[in-house]
Ligand binder design. Structure first.
Ligand code: ADP
Ligand code: MG
Length: 399
């Protein structure tokens, strides 16, 4: 789960991390009011969307030479103008895809006189099973380019969670950032606090870009992205309360209501499968037959009519889907019940794309009979390979 920049900053501030003052705003009036509570004379108006690259982003509705999603302002009037232009409009950044994201909230924050921009991020490194802190002296809006062309300018410091964060980790961070004197001490302390925040909040990823040195010698967090391990969210109701469903994929939100594990992918064959392992195998075999799955979807053990109907609707809400492959193993749930569910659901959603169904397990013959007698153009398949060949052929014929 991801959260907004202003929310992440509020969480980090609780760990004693230095953050410039700022206030979130949902309307132009709130943005103006927020400005009046800040010291000035420089303000920054920042689009709050779950995507980075806002500074260099472009608003769809504005002329190409209009400013991006992070804007400096020198007066309350300028803040008002920026807020008016940004709110309700669609920001397209390198991370949003072409569709962009609608800006529904802003963060008005204190403008910092920047001496230098640094980069610092943390993630759970699955290869080492440890927490990695990644730092660079080349922070700011071009970090992707730095990683690509000058990877030697990026240093990774690995922390063993069993040992915890040690003073030498802090010194290594400060050294990699080439900081001396008081800034060196600030960096070591900041790294320790970030580690504490990361672990105690069960973060999956925490990125600070830029981390800045201000002209008056303070190390400040200017931008932050934070995401959480969803399996640990039950331990953090205060974090769960920060969820903004309007930022998430609508189909994935809908799927979570029915307890369906759904992830949208780029292909055109919708998959409805029970069990994650079978779902993975189904996706593999579709690819083996030269096509691509449009989604991962695990309906779980109890594939009820209600769940199957919801799953059909979610799969079909993706305009890229040109055919559906249902591959269900009837174990606890018997094949005839599943078949009845598929028929009822297909009728309810007025299924308009080819449907191939492979059933296996208890009462399989009963299930197949129900599909055959349904009056619907359902193509039965005998095994996984047969099912994949049939759906790929159906989709190719229709194209
Ligand atoms: P994004 O990474 O989505 O583009 P950032 O918050 O990193 O958004 O903002 C982009 C750039 O805007 C930063 O690299 C920094 O130079 C500038 N900036 C952001 N916040 C402030 C601030 N509070 N004061 C001064 N400059 C800022
Ligand atoms: Mg940034």
């Amino acid at each position: 789960m991801n959260i907004h920049e202003y929310q992440a900053k509020e969480l980090l501030a609780k760990f004693g991390i230095a953050i410039p003052k700022g206030v979130a705003a949902l309307t132009v009036e709130e943005a103006v009011k927020a400005t009046e509570s800040l010291p000035g004379p420089l303000y920054v108006v920042k689009s709050q969307i779950h995507a980075g690259g806002r500074g260099k982003g472009k608003f769809k509705e504005l002329p190409a030479d209009a400013k991006g999603g992070v804007r400096l302002a020198k007066s309350v009037d300028e803040v008002r103008d920026h807020a008016t232009e940004m709110l309700g409009n669609t920001l397209v950044t390198i991370q949003t895809g072409d569709a962009g994201k609608q800006v529904n909230r802003l963060y008005v924050t204190d403008g910092v006189d920047i001496a230098k921009e640094y980069y610092l991020s943390m993630l759970v490194d699955r290869k080492t099973g440890r927490i990695a802190m990644i730092v660079s002296t080349e922070g700011g809006m071009d970090i992707e380019e730095v990683a690509h062309s000058t990877p030697e300018k990026i240093t990774t410091i690995v922390i063993d969670p069993a040992q915890g964060f040690m003073p030498h980790h802090g010194r290594a961070v400060a050294f990699a950032l080439k900081l001396s004197g008081d800034l060196n001490k600030q960096a070591a302390k900041l790294a320790a606090s970030l580690y504490e925040a990361f672990v105690s909040l069960d973060c999956a990823m925490l990125e600070i870009n830029p981390l800045v040195e201000s002209k008056d010698g303070q190390l400040l967090v200017l931008d932050t992205k934070m995401s959480f391990d969803s399996n640990a969210l039950f331990r953090h109701p205060e974090v769960m309360a920060l969820r903004d469903e309007t930022e998430e994929d609508a189909a994935e939100v809908e799927a979570s209501k029915y307890d369906l594990a759904y992830i949208k992918l780029d292909g055109n064959i919708g998959c409805m499968v029970n069990g994650a392992g079978l779902a993975m195998a189904t996706m593999d075999i579709i690819k083996l037959n030269g096509a691509f799955p449009a989604n991962f979807l695990d309906v779980g053990g109890g594939a009820t009519t209600e769940k199957v109907t919801a799953a059909f609707k979610i799969i079909l809400s993706d305009p890229a889907v040109k055919g559906i492959l249902v591959n269900i193993f009837g174990g606890i749930m018997k094949c005839d019940i599943i078949a009845a569910g598929i028929v009822a659901a297909a009728k309810e959603v007025n299924l308009s794309v080819p449907l191939v169904v492979r059933l296996e397990g208890t009462n399989v013959q009963l299930g197949k009979d129900i599909l055959a007698n349904s009056g619907l153009p359902i193509v039965p398949a005998n095994d996984l390979g047969d099912a994949a060949q049939k759906i790929v052929a159906q989709v190719n014929n229709a194209a």
